[in-house]
Write a protein that binds this ligand. Structure first.
Ligand code: MLT
Length: 392
């Protein structure tokens, strides 16, 4: 029985995939083998030694100390694309909210009721002139970051008759194939900034992207640009955005990541991190997170990890040793030498690396002894060894 710690409320769909006769779910306690998380901050949290993996039901992993996890041999998974449609729909909604005075109009109607003012059906025809707005068709949308969400937003905006310019220096082949041919690709961010009426951000918050929407960037946008941020609050330099809203350089700032300072500005349209909050997205994310965790537990397969390479090979009859090691010279040489010394013949072996880390899966017919496993664990640079076979 393996213990799964849930750090947040996650869709109940997980119980159909991880039956409770095989997996024990806890919400409190320090003793667990894998973890499921949505937005809980795990930054400073000490992890149990036996923790094998953390799955984030969502795309962003800024709430997880990924580097520390790598050092501790903990595989971190996310669920790219699983909530992309939900976020896309809210971005479209955000654009429309920014150029039509829908919310003030709704609030006016509500006030008529609350203040007991009769005859709304007659009075509204006169009042509506105060709530007139603009359309998004024919306007230009700049999309920074063309991953799963950015591509969907770009394609949907094309379908709504917008001109769309995208920028992503790391555009994947897969994303490029899914992108509408009507989306123009900018070679530099500057090229996109000066041409966009709406600017939407779809990239993760990392040390490189933190505060990227700064004074320089905002000086390069078209006056009156509507900025949309359904990615992460940390991408924004709050002082710069507040100044740009005050000067009119930004027309509106629509954000799913408000804070006390930013909401003081009346040109800010803020939502309480609702991008992925749909039943469909929550189920998709939970299903994908749990499937990835299970595959890792059962066969050692790594898919959609943010700190280790993808590594997949069908599990055969015998035993599999899964090794997390530093990506340094002669690791495979040292590992195979230990196996040879213990009289073990390798049936199949995979060794994939990603940056500073590597993952090695070795299939054997004969069960390795504890002495052999201890010798592998003792190799300088190996941070975790797992024997897969017995628990199947
Ligand atoms: C994400 O990173 O995909 C979202 O923040 C998910 C969420 O709302 O939990």
């Amino acid at each position: 029985m393996l213990t799964v710690k849930k750090f947040n409320q996650i869709s109940d769909i997980i119980y159909t995939q991880m039956p409770q006769d095989h997996y024990r779910f806890i919400e409190e306690g320090e003793d667990y083998d894998v973890a499921l998380v949505r937005s809980a901050q795990l930054g400073e949290m000490p992890f149990p030694k036996q923790l094998l993996a953390i799955a984030r039901a969502g795309a962003g992993v800024d709430n997880i100390p990924v580097d520390r996890c790598s050092e501790e041999g903990i595989v971190v998974f996310n669920t790219p694309g699983a909530n992309a449609n939900a976020v896309k729909e809210l971005v479209l909604c955000g654009m429309i909210l920014a150029c039509r005075r829908i919310v003030p109009g709704i609030q006016w109607i509500r006030r008529q009721h609350e203040e007991g003012i009769a005859g709304v059906d007659k009075r509204m025809e006169k009042a509506k002139k105060d709530f007139a707005g603009g359309e998004i068709a024919g306007k230009t949308l700049g999309v920074i970051g063309l991953g799963a969400i950015g591509v969907m937003v770009a394609n949907a905006a094309v379908a709504m008759d917008m001109d769309v310019i995208g920028y992503d220096p790391f555009l994947s082949v897969d994303a490029a194939l899914r992108l509408s041919r009507s989306v123009k690709l900018a070679k530099t961010q500057e090229e996109l900034l000066g041409r966009s009426d709406f600017l939407t951000l779809h990239l993760p918050q990392t040390a490189k992207t933190e505060g990227m929407i700064n004074r320089n960037v905002l000086a390069a946008v078209k006056p009156g640009t509507i900025l949309l941020n359904f990615a992460r609050g940390g991408l924004i330099d709050d002082d710069a955005v507040i100044e740009a809203l005050e000067s009119g350089q930004l027309g509106r700032y629509v954000t799913d990541f408000p804070n006390d300072r930013i909401i003081a500005n009346s040109k800010v349209i803020a939502m309480p991190h609702l991008g992925a909050s749909t039943l469909e997205a929550e189920e998709n994310c939970a299903r994908m997170a749990v499937a990835q965790l299970k595959e890792y537990l059962i066969s050692g397969t790594i898919k959609n990890s943010v700190n280790f390479p993808d590594c997949e090979y069908p599990l055969g009859e015998g035993w599999r040793i899964a090794i997390i090691n530093r990506n340094v010279t002669n690791m495979v040489g040292q590992i195979t030498a230990v196996l040879a010394k213990n009289g073990l013949n390798i049936e199949h072996m995979l060794n994939h690396s990603r940056g500073a880390w590597a993952y090695t899966m070795i299939d054997l017919i004969k069960k390795p002894s504890q002495t052999c496993l201890d010798a592998l664990a003792g190799i300088d640079g190996v941070v975790r060894i797992r024997l897969i076979g017995e628990e199947r």
